[in-house]
Design a protein around this ligand. Structure first.
Ligand code: ADE
Ligand code: ZN
Length: 329
């Protein structure tokens, strides 16, 4: 049942989606020793969030040419289509690309080419969310927003921010989000993952996003949960990621169901799937097995994702129709 269910994903990081075998092939291609970060038997080898971010940067450093990014994007979207997903949004960071001398336009063209190939093969629809990295600092995040707005691309429809939430308050990044909003991009930000409710509240007040990456720790503040439900802010929830990164000890203590039952619009996502031994299909399986959601309720998560996707009205209508959903959601 889970396998056949139609799915959609709004929250996945491109370099974080690289499977261990692909990373090892890239390491071999460039003559780099990757054994400290990944092996075929155990997968990725980090032990906490700081080490995860370091492993992420190392993996990104192994994607050095446009062809590398085409391959990475194509393999992610084809794999997603293989899980019966109709739609995926991928986070792409100009900062990571710049570190290996890859320009913004080269990065976007390469990821877009991967999406195009996957669409021809499978029909999957994909979009790119240009993403600033919080711990690189506000200037770099603003630069990412400027690049996205100054170089419009039909598949770049959103702007977001990932990275270490323990650094800098959302207010510091206001200008970047103002630029992206004025440029017509949809907005999302990682908040309420390693930061508490105040981080989510500031993100709403100052960055004025329509979606929150994770957001789960808002459960610590019932008034905030009420506000998010009333305002229709959408959460990109990633249960396996939250447990793997120790935001929660186990799925039993994860607030997915409590948030959803409080009226918050929730979607299911894989974040950095091989790092967390997960996939979008596995997130739907977790929702069924660990949270007791029925088939119709699981489809509701897909409906939520399509309604919150950063796409034009016609594309949304087609996606909703493909799922048999009423066009109003
Ligand atoms: N970058 C990639 N995955 C991330 C996560 N879960 N939180 C913050 N930044 C990230
Ligand atoms: Zn994320």
């Amino acid at each position: 049942m889970i396998k056949k269910l139609q799915k959609a994903e709004l929250h996945c990081h491109i370099e974080g989606a690289a499977e261990p075998d692909l990373v090892l092939a890239q390491a071999k291609k460039y003559g780099v020793d990757a054994s400290h970060t990944v092996d075929l038997k155990n997968g990725y080898l980090w032990h906490d969030f700081t080490a995860f971010l370091k492993a992420y940067d190392f993996v990104a450093s192994l994607f050095r040419s446009p062809e590398d990014y085409v391959l990475l994007s194509e393999s992610y979207f084809k794999k997603l289509a293989g899980q019966n997903a109709l739609y995926g949004e991928i986070f792409a960071s100009p900062d990571h690309a710049a570190r290996i001398g890859c320009s913004y336009n080269t990065l976007i063209e390469a990821i877009a080419e991967g999406i195009r190939i996957a669409k021809v093969d499978t029909g999957i629809e994909g979009r790119i969310v240009v993403t600033g990295v919080r711990h690189v600092g506000p200037e770099a995040v603003e630069q990412a927003a400027k690049l996205a707005v100054a170089n419009p691309h039909p598949l770049v429809t959103g702007f977001g921010m990932a990275g270490d939430e323990r650094m800098d308050r959302p207010l510091v990044f206001k200008r970047a989000f103002d630029i992206a909003r004025d440029g017509g991009l949809g907005l999302t930000v990682h908040a309420g993952e390693f930061g508490g409710p105040e981080s989510v509240r500031e993100a709403l007040d100052h960055l004025k996003v329509s979606r929150i990456g994770h957001g789960v720790r808002m459960i610590e503040d019932p008034d905030l949960v009420k506000r998010i439900a009333e305002e229709g802010i959408v959460l990109e929830v990633c249960p396996a990621s939250n447990v793997a990164l120790n935001v929660y000890d186990n799925l039993k203590s994860h607030p997915l169901r409590r948030l959803q039952e409080a009226g918050v619009i929730v979607t299911l996502n894989s974040d950095d799937p091989p790092h967390f031994h997960t996939s979008l299909e596995n997130e739907y399986r977790i929702a069924a097995d660990d949270f007791g959601y029925t088939q119709d309720e699981l489809l509701g998560f897909t409906n939520n994702a399509i309604n919150a996707a950063f796409v034009d009205g016609d594309t949304r209508k087609v996606l909703l129709e493909k799922c048999g959903f009423d066009a109003l959601g």
